[in-house]
Design a protein around this ligand. Structure first.
Ligand code: GUN
Length: 300
């Protein structure tokens, strides 16, 4: 079997068009322009690129976007001062603090300091708690993007066995919480595997939908995949490639060449989950602005 490609770029473009239409409506009906603030601490070049592309996408959707770029030596007090301003700024509806932060800044402390009504990253404990309680407000962008990719390509997770490899706060845990929910866009049977899982391949082979969020190139090989499975590759790993000018190449967590011979559908890297993450961040920012415009703003 040769897998169908799940085109994240194409689906992300659809979502971004829908978001842009709703941004225009919000402006027309409530005179509100969604505002996104992105905070970057340090000079990691990959993070700087992500931040630039998030802002560009927000502007293309008709939103206001601003960045706050701070040196790697920024203290917690200085970072909290910037976040306080953004928490209180009525023109900013969503705040994203780009991760990872430099080692001396505790990420949990920073996330908890955000106004939870502006937590478009979905990483504040209030957002996580609401998701677990089955009343999601802001779902982290990558899990939300994975769900949309499945639904929009006719691979409903309902009643399927979803196996998630990885238990990170950004992907593994929230995607499991999202797809196990009691609603027709979810209703999956979910298994979460991680570094201490025994007999990993025995479990991944049971997956109707396999989500790889491991952080290791080519970790999922064809022998770990059931015939006809749907494979979602969240990995972003750089491996050496002398044929590239940069000397390296972006690959996922899935050994694409062999797994695509077995799976029914698969996401490529790049061009799969990555573009969806930005699209869903925009969707969350729109939602934050809609909540603010409808007066559901203030308390967490
Ligand atoms: N770094 C890599 N992915 C993400 C994300 O989804 N949110 C934030 N804030 N930082 C990231």
């Amino acid at each position: 079997m040769t897998a169908t490609l799940i085109d994240g770029k194409e689906i992300a473009a659809q979502v971004r068009t829908e978001v842009a239409e709703d941004v225009a409506k919000l402006k027309q009906q409530h005179n509100v322009t969604p505002g996104l603030a992105v905070v970057l601490v340090g000079d990691d070049s990959a993070s700087a690129l992500y931040v630039a592309s998030k802002q560009k996408a927000a502007r293309e959707a008709g939103m206001h976007a601003e960045d706050h770029i701070m040196p790697a030596s920024t203290t917690m007090v200085e970072l909290k001062a910037v976040i306080t301003k953004l928490n209180d700024d009525v023109n900013i509806h969503g705040i994203l603090v780009q991760l990872p932060l430099p080692d001396h800044l505790d990420e949990h402390e920073v996330m908890e300091f955000l106004n939870p009504m502006k937590d478009v990253d979905g990483l504040h404990p209030v957002s996580m708690g609401l998701l677990l309680a089955g009343r999601p407000r802001f779902v982290p962008a990558t899990p939300a993007g994975i769900q949309q990719m499945l639904l929009r390509t006719g691979h409903s997770p309902e009643g399927r066995h979803v196996v998630v490899c990885g238990r990170s706060d950004i992907v593994g845990k929230p995607v499991a919480a999202l797809l196990v929910q009691r609603n027709s866009d979810a209703n999956a049977t979910v298994t979460v595997c991680h570094t201490r899982t025994k007999n990993l391949a025995d479990i991944t082979r049971q997956a109707d939908i396999l989500i790889a969020a491991i952080g290791k190139a080519n970790a999922i090989t064809a022998d770990m995949v059931k015939d006809g499975a749907v494979v979602i590759d969240v990995g972003t790993n750089h491996i050496p490639d002398a044929s590239k000018k940069s000397g390296r190449r972006l690959v996922g967590d899935v050994d694409f060449d062999t797994v695509s011979q077995k799976a029914a559908a698969i996401t490529p890297v790049p061009g799969g989950v990555g573009p969806m993450t930005i699209a869903m961040l925009l969707a969350n920012t729109l939602k934050a602005a809609q909540l603010a415009a409808s007066g559901q703003f203030g308390s967490s």
